[in-house]
Structure formats: C-alpha cells, structure tokens
Design a protein around this ligand. Structure first.
Ligand SMILES: Cc1cc2nc3c(=O)[nH]c(=O)nc-3n(C[C@H](O)[C@H](O)[C@H](O)COP(=O)(O)OP(=O)(O)OC[C@H]3O[C@@H](n4cnc5c(N)ncnc54)[C@H](O)[C@@H]3O)c2cc1C
Length: 352
C-alpha cells in the first residue's frame, strides 16, 4: 500500500513512523516543505537564541521511509501534486499540514520556522535600550516575551493583548503575570493594529515606539484541503469522521492542527493522539476490523516563563481548566518532559 504523508511536523512525522511500523507492506513517503523537522514548541527559544528548534528530517524518520522536499499544491484522485509540477501517487493519504500565522505587515511571526529565524537575526541586531513588542497574550506570546526578556535584559519588552494570559486562570494566571512583572515586561491590555518602522499603533489609538514587533499569534490552517475540494469547517480545518477520515474522500486522513475535530485545540497534545488513532484505524480497516473512534483527551497547559520558571495548569479531559497547577521547579520539570518527551515520541511513534 502506498501511503503519502503531507507535512512533517509532530502529527505527520508520528503518523509516518507509526504507519511504517504497523501497516504491513506499507511504502511510506513523507512530503515536507523543508528538509528539517521543526519543533514548533521551541520556536520562542529559536527566536531568543536559547535553543535550536530544527533537526534534520532524516534523523526523525524510520529507515525505509522515503522523503520528498517540496510544497504540495493539490491532492485528490490518488495523486499529490507538487509545486514543481511533479506528482506522487497514493492509496492512502495523511494530511498533516499544521496551522498558519497571518502576521500583520511590519511584524515578524514567531510561529513559523522562517519567521523565528528572521526574528532571531533581528533581535541579535538590536542595540541595548531598544524596545521589543510582542503581539499576543496567549501561550505563544507569554513564552516569547519572557524568553526574550530573560535572554536580553538590556532591552525593553512589552506584551500587548486584550487580555494577557487568559489561556490560564486563577493562581496559574496570577503566577504568569507575576513572572512578567519580575522580568520587567510591560503589560498592555490592547491590540496591535498597525506596525511600521519604529512604532506600533494600538487598537485604542495609542502609539508606542517599537524597534521590533513580534507576532505571537497562531491562527488558521493552510488552504490546501479547501483548494483540493475537501470539505472544511468554518476555520478551514478538514471535516473528518470519528476515525479522522475526510468525509469527502475516505482515502484521506487528517491529523494535527489541520484536522477539524470539534473541541480540539492546536497542540502537540492533539497532534500525537490523532496521528496514533488515524494510523491504528487504517491498520484495523486493512485487517477487516472496525476502527476505534478518536476521542480528544487533554491533561494540562504548560507554559514556560523563561528558562527559570514555568506554569502548568491542569485541565479536564475536555481541556477546560482545573484549579490545580504547578509552578517553579515542578512546572519546569513538567515542561522539560514535554520538550524531550514530545520529540522522542514523534520519532518512536509511541506514547500518545
Ligand atoms: C512558540 C510555540 C509554542 C508552542 N508550545 C506548545 C506546547 O507547549 N504544547 C503544545 O501542545 N503545543 C504547543 N504549540 C502548538 C504546536 O506547536 C502545534 O499545535 C503543533 O506544531 C501542531 O503539529 P502539526 O504536526 O499539526 O503541525 P506543524 O508542526 O505545524 O507541522 C506542519 C508541517 O507541514 C508542512 N507543510 C504545511 N503545508 C505544506 C504543504 N503544502 N506541502 C508540504 N509541507 C507542508 C509545514 O512546513 C510543517 O513542517 C506551540 C506553538 C508555538 C508556535
């Protein structure tokens, strides 16, 4: 069986490795836009220069999996069409193209590999006393602002969002806001409307000096599925059945950020279990057995606050927030397990 996986992030790499291991006779090909596997959950560290987020893709894939570097333009009717005009045939397709960042002009996105590298270079070139604005107050904004402020205490850092840290609640949120205060990060409850050389204009009409504005908001998914005629939901995610097959084309599975499963959020905590469930469903179907449905199940939201602090807020399985949380050393240990464990399980395709 020819299996093609489009996108080699957490979901696609996990799916390819698991399919190669679990589906007898599978010939697996991974198509990815670049020759690296990018740990997106470390992109704020890539920006601040505290870690390298890329690993050669070959080191993440099981022997025998073929790779093709290129951008897929269209899929369907058993064929993946690449931007260079070449095509690859498939019997089953896994779409794992992740999510996108629509950065405001004049800002540099944190959530893409290219953006993070650009941001790192721009940050390194800033002289002491410069101002960095981080747009976005969710987990990516918090992680970026704290990482940058800690790595470059000679800069002024501000974070701008209508409600900073509202991905957390209660004591966990208070702890995150205290960390911003400790790192002397200015918190501005507003939105960035426009960014130009040296200045940002906020929703309130206020203007503020900004030598570098980082866009730390991840929103939307690539339009590959919609362009290819697959049914997508209002957010552009692929509409799937209980075992993550496209409702339009039963030869196509969708996993990770691009899969339209109600009640799920963008996250590795979503990507790995989906990749596991979809591959296992295909393996069962191939053996003439009924596939098991995928059920989202969450444990925690873990946010780093620089290299010396973190907060991990526990969640109910449906991702609603519990009161309980960890801070300081315990949360940092938790986050380390997330970083190291996520990469390990992507490579081994286990543990989801
Ligand atoms: C700074 C930051 C911190 C984060 N921290 C956490 C965290 O702590 N915990 C957590 O659970 N989540 C976290 N996330 C979210 C998490 O990184 C994403 O949800 C996760 O990467 C989704 O995995 P994925 O495989 O679906 O997509 P991705 O990892 O985005 O991979 C998609 C891949 O598909 C490729 N691709 C896209 N289109 C095409 C195409 N047309 N042709 C070929 N290739 C294509 C892309 O280049 C990419 O390699 C964080 C995100 C950011 C930005």
């Amino acid at each position: 069986m020819r299996i093609v996986v489009v996108g080699a992030g957490y979901a696609g790499t996990f799916a390819a490795n698991r399919a190669a291991r679990k589906i007898r006779g599978a010939e697996v090909t991974v198509v990815n836009a670049r020759p690296e596997f990018v740990e997106r959950i470390r992109l704020h560290q890539q920006v601040a220069g505290t870690a390298e987020a890329a690993t050669p893709l070959g080191a993440m894939l099981r022997p025998g999996i073929a790779t093709r570097i290129g951008t897929v333009e269209k899929v369907g009717d058993g064929t993946v069409l690449l931007g260079d005009g070449e095509s690859i045939g498939y019997d089953r397709l896994f779409l794992a193209v992740g999510s996108t960042v629509r950065a405001l002009p004049g800002t540099v996105p944190v959530g893409t590999w290219e953006g993070a590298r650009q941001a790192r270079a721009a940050l390194a070139a800033l002289p002491a006393g410069s101002t960095v604005t981080v747009a976005g107050g969710g987990a990516t904004g918090l992680e970026t602002a704290t990482e940058v402020a800690e790595a470059r205490p000679d800069l002024r850092v501000r974070i701008v969002a209508p409600s900073v840290a509202d991905c957390l609640s209660g004591g966990a949120r208070r702890r995150a806001l205290a960390a911003l205060d400790r790192l002397r990060i200015e918190v501005v409850d507003d939105g960035v409307e426009e960014a130009a050389a040296g200045v940002v204009r906020l929703r309130s009409g206020r203007e503020a000096g900004s030598d570098l504005t980082l866009w730390a908001i991840v929103a939307g998914v690539p339009d590959l599925a919609a362009r290819s005629g697959l049914d997508v939901d209002a957010g552009g995610r692929i509409v799937v059945d209980a075992c993550l097959r496209s409702v339009t084309d039963r030869h196509v599975f969708a996993v990770g950020d691009c899969a339209g499963v109600p009640g799920t959020r963008f996250g590795c905590q979503t990507a790995h279990p989906q990749a596991k469930a979809a591959v296992d469903a295909l393996a069962r179907l191939e053996r003439g057995r009924a596939p098991e449905p995928y059920t989202p199940r969450y444990v925690a939201r873990c946010v780093s606050l620089g290299r010396a602090d973190a907060v991990a807020q526990f969640t109910h399985p449906d991702d609603s927030l519990r009161d309980g949380y960890l801070g300081g050393g315990a949360a940092m240990a938790f986050k380390k397990i997330v970083y190291v464990g996520t990469k390990y399980s992507t490579r081994k395709a286990v543990g989801a």
